[in-house]
Design a protein around this ligand. Structure first.
Ligand SMILES: *Cc1c(COP(=O)(O)O)cnc(C)c1O
Length: 406
């Protein structure tokens, strides 16, 4: 396989400068766009003219010049033909799945996915007669066994939330393409670290609320795919993104554009620090899980999937056994050691820690949590990069000792 480097690909794409030569791009905030001659308007509606044909824009829920620049950058970073930006990660996931599936269709999904995505597939889509079978993400044969004649999509995260199980993306892509299915991969946990489209995924979805933004101050998402699929999402008659209306505001697109250039630096720092903390916790005998540790069950697979030079990602978990012990450790980590903040989400500069079973995965029923290997005492640590690393290592070491975890 040809070596792909997302940072080089991003830098190589045409840069957008401000209208007056500004180093930052101008923001086109207009909701609607004018034309020079009346005949141009029906030509835009009929598709004869458009953003890529004569630079004709219509209305900002359809395409917007500023949002399109961000989409172009994301497509370059993923190595996909095209991309669309969405109002949230859930908008990216729901519009994509609703575009691919209709009444009576079936999805095979990893059982280790974001709680909101699990609720969409397990609770909401069945109301529209779109059923999902949930399977163990690291076992490609389980996906294969669950395929039915009406299956349309295989859905997975690269590194599952929150159990950090790693899916074999190339094998899933091969399976999907043999059976005429579309492989949709949520890469929210590992932007730049893994490039799913380069490993065979047809569509890559993101919550850009997390690492890609990095400042935990906005909600955003993206769909990276073929030009054909993005135009289907934006179709004036049937486009799920166009008609359900979960498009991105250009001001949000501008903010994200200003943060993409340092995503690579941030991912390396998140990953380097997560590795150092995981190694220390592992040396202490703490129940830590991190794909960068040789003891992680999918360490070898992760190493094969990764783009070299970006680390193993910023997420690690500590299994405290019970919710009670997890809450005790949370309290010490935030209120005594100032190691991080008790909060859901990830990709912030400060460390964010949450007890997954009773927060971001609480949409998943307890039986299913047990089946996916999610213990009630599992703490998810989204490692940030503030403070001196040696202080952070000392803080977490004191905290795990204080609650008797080691
Ligand atoms: C947060 C998250 C989502 C949902 O994204 P929003 O931007 O909150 O809608 C989807 N997938 C994963 C893996 C996430 O962490």
């Amino acid at each position: 396989m040809k070596h792909f480097d997302p940072e080089r690909a991003l830098v190589a794409t045409r840069r957008e400068f401000g209208e007056h030569g500004g180093v930052a791009p101008s923001v086109e905030r207009s909701a609607t766009f004018t034309v020079l001659e009346p005949h141009e308007m029906p030509e835009i509606f009929s598709g004869l003219r458009g953003p890529e044909k004569d630079g004709c824009f219509l209305y900002s829920r359809h395409f917007n010049p500023t949002v399109d620049v961000l989409a172009r950058y994301l497509a370059a970073m993923e190595g996909t033909e095209f991309a669309a930006c969405t109002a949230s990660g859930m908008a990216a996931i729901s519009c994509t799945l609703l575009q691919l599936c209709r009444h009576g269709d079936h999805i095979v999904s990893s059982n280790t996915i974001y709680g909101g995505a699990h609720a969409l597939l397990g609770d909401l889509l069945p109301d529209m007669c779109i059923e999902t079978t949930f399977v163990e993400p690291s076992d490609t044969s389980a996906f294969e066994a669950a395929i039915r004649p009406n299956t349309k999509v295989i859905y997975t995260e690269v590194v599952g939330n929150p159990t950090l199980k790693v899916a074999d993306i190339p094998a899933l892509a091969e399976l999907a393409h043999q059976r005429g299915l579309t492989l949709v991969v949520d890469n929210t946990f590992t932007p730049m670290v893994v490039s799913p489209a380069q490993l065979g995924a047809d569509i890559v979805v993101y919550s850009m609320t997390k690492f890609i933004n990095g400042a935990s101050d906005l909600i955003a998402g993206a769909v990276c795919a073929s030009r054909d699929f993005i135009y289907r999402l934006m179709d004036l008659h049937t486009g799920r993104l166009m008609l359900l209306g979960a498009t991105m505001d250009p001001r949000v697109a501008f903010d994200l554009m200003q943060r993409l250039p340092h995503l690579a630096i941030r991912m390396r720092e998140h990953g380097g620090r997560a590795m150092a903390l995981a190694e220390r916790l592992s040396d202490l005998g703490a129940p830590v899980s991190y794909p960068g540790l040789p003891s992680h069950p999918h360490h070898k697979r992760m190493t094969e999937l990764m783009n070299p030079g970006y680390g193993y990602g910023g997420m690690l978990t500590l299994d405290c056994g019970t919710t009670e012990k997890a809450e005790k450790l949370l309290s010490v980590l935030q209120n005594k050691e100032q190691f991080g903040l008790i909060a859901v989400s990830l990709g912030y500069f400060d460390t964010l820690i949450s007890c997954s079973g009773s927060s971001t995965s609480s949409e998943i029923p307890p039986e299913d949590q047990a089946q996916m290997g999610l213990s009630a005492g599992l703490l998810r640590i989204a490692v940030g990069y503030t403070g001196a690393l040696e202080d952070r290592v000392a803080q977490i070491e004191r905290a795990v000792k204080a609650v008797g975890l080691v």
